[in-house]
Design a protein around this ligand. Sequence first.
Ligand code: FMN
Length: 233
Amino acid sequence: MSGSCTEDTARVVDGVMRARRSLRAYRPEPVPRALLEELLAVACTAPSNSNTQPWRVHAVAGAALRSMGDALVAAFRENRLPPSPHFPDPLPEEHAQRQREFGAVYYRSLGIDPTDMPARMRQTEKNFHFFGAPVGLIFTIDARLAPHSWLDLGLLVQNVMIAASARGLGTCPQVSFARFHPVIAQHLALREHELTVCGMSLGYPERDAPVNRLAMPRREVGEFASFQGFRAA
Ligand SMILES: Cc1cc2nc3c(=O)[nH]c(=O)nc-3n(C[C@H](O)[C@H](O)[C@H](O)COP(=O)(O)O)c2cc1C
């Protein structure tokens, strides 16, 4: 199969990868279930260690989405659940610096002063209604697995975003849900060992929303990659 790939294929695939962004404002049009199943059928071609395919995906829409979102917002406001340790505290400085840069760009796009904590909280809260998207996805993994299996799940998550982007759909991956696993487990009747890794907003994007026009910078290849044993060009 790979032998049949052409420069055109590369251009199309690269174009879809480069066009994908985290989108945080959506139009209300529903996403048909058949389209979602098509996305997941292509996304699950992701590789996984020993083909274990350790992912589970819960797609939520309509009244179920609203009710889960309301419960998550209530839990967020109550602030009772312990913070999810998805970053260490303190975050090593090289990563913390990029996190600060993200915050500055993100809040500027929303007209929020980064020191205005109530405004930031109101924006963070929007995560829990999936930024108004008609579909919310919750990705879970068997909690008994080791961190390497989370890599498999990440590959599936990226495939979902790429397949969605290729079909004109927008997405936003969201770790914000991890902290609220107990609320999600109850709403989705998760299995005993299932753990919430992340969520994802999915829907037709509001193209004109300033928050959807963010282009988050990337490090240059030379900054994060090293090459040994290659001939000089
Ligand atoms: C694992 C993961 C978790 C994320 N969690 C959130 C989140 O909870 N809320 C949010 O608004 N964005 C979240 N994002 C989106 C990132 O902020 C975004 O990917 C990053 O700033 C790069 O921007 P881009 O996706 O538009 O290229 C997350 C991304 C990843 C990969």
